[in-house]
Design a protein around this ligand. Structure first.
Ligand SMILES: Cc1ncc(COP(=O)(O)O)c(C=O)c1O
Length: 346
């Protein structure tokens, strides 16, 4: 039998493991000490030696990013919206008063890691998920009200499969109008603490109502789920909450809104209430947007103990059309007219 390249063997013989559980064997890493960033390096993936008093362990000084690199048929890789993710990481770091990584430093760390792990990038619809992470490493348990002046920045790479393998099962969401996912000051920060805050409500909603996710709508304001933005779509328009500090400004959300406008949809960014949401679902598709799922259809909402179908409860054509428009760019089947892709060659 002809010898196959390693990435081919991975794709054909081993089904993709669960999202986020398999890692490439190198990471990119840089440290901030004595007021400046040191040189970044590519190192074998290994446990980090950290002082038990490190700020991150006690005061949650951590933020991260998540985005993907795709292998194209031309043999090169493309990273989707790298510079927007780097900019969001900088905003997250700033909001936590962590040392802010230079944009060029972080972008180069990601590109170098993608180059290093080039052979591990699967072909579309699979991809290489990239996870830059910044942690406060100052060893000081008395620094609850002081920032960490030392930090480590690292980037992990993880080959991931197609979210929709086996079909796009419509999701069921609990509409929760009594509590928030995050806080006003950290809602748009991609920090671990926000996910910790959403975990309890999400687990209890899963157990009590058998839902996949919670749609957080504090005081009736429809915001987002624990790890994705929420949009309503019909043949004419796409509607989603206007940007404010209460929720994460998804790059997929922004991309879908741009493509929707290109395709002739009216794009509406405004706050809307749970009552408006319930009035809209007989005539609008509902979707979750995010890097992992791209656009995932929502088939059912649970509100005050009652289940309500979104349209007929099945995935709708507008979500399919918008998802395809985005994936065509990511996979190299349509021109990148917005300059969203960063090319990486070996
Ligand atoms: C809370 C939250 N909202 C929205 C998103 C979607 O963001 P993006 O489209 O940039 O992946 C994510 C995913 O990272 C998230 O964790």
């Amino acid at each position: 039998m002809a010898k196959l390249p390693p990435r081919f063997l991975i794709q054909i013989r081993i089904p993709m493991a669960q999202f986020g559980t398999v890692f490439c064997d190198h990471m990119a890493i840089a440290r901030f000490e004595n007021g400046s960033w040191g040189e970044a390096a590519i190192e074998p993936l290994a446990p980090l030696p950290l002082h038990p008093a490190a700020h991150v362990f006690h005061y949650a000084s951590t933020c991260f990013e998540g985005f993907k690199a795709y292998r194209w048929q031309d043999g090169k890789a493309r990273i989707f919206r790298l510079h927007d993710h780097v900019a969001r990481m900088q905003r997250s770091a700033k909001s936590l008063h962590l040392p802010v990584p230079d944009a060029d430093l972080l972008a180069a760390m990601v590109e170098n890691l993608v180059r290093e792990q080039f052979d591990d990038i699967p072909e579309p619809p699979s991809s290489l998920y990239l996870r830059p992470t910044l942690i406060g490493t100052l060893p000081n348990i008395g620094a609850a009200a002081a920032p960490s002046t030392e930090a480590t920045l690292f980037v992990l790479a993880s080959p991931v499969g197609d979210y929709f393998a086996g079909g796009a099962r419509p999701l069921k969401l609990l509409v929760a109008d009594t509590f928030a996912r995050s806080t006003e000051q950290l809602g748009s920060t991609k920090t671990g603490g926000n996910y910790a805050a959403a975990l309890g409500p999400t687990l209890s909603a899963k157990e009590k109502y058998g839902v996949d996710q919670v749609l957080f709508c504090p005081n009736g304001d429809v915001q987002e789920t624990g790890a994705a933005n929420f949009l309503l779509v019909n043949d004419d328009e796409v509607m989603t909450k206007a940007l404010d500090t209460s929720f994460l400004h998804g790059i997929t959300r922004a991309s879908i809104l741009t493509l929707a406008a290109d395709l002739g949809y009216k794009v509406i960014e405004r706050n809307f209430t749970v009552d408006e949401l319930l009035a809209a679902i007989p005539t609008h598709e509902a979707v979750l947007s995010g890097t992992a799922a791209c656009l995932a259809p929502v088939g059912c909402l649970v509100y005050k103990g009652e289940e309500r179908n979104v349209m007929d409860g099945q995935p709708g054509p507008n979500a399919d059309k918008l998802r395809k428009a985005l994936q065509d760019i990511q996979y190299g089947n349509a021109p990148d007219t917005h300059g969203w892709l960063t090319e990486v060659r070996t």
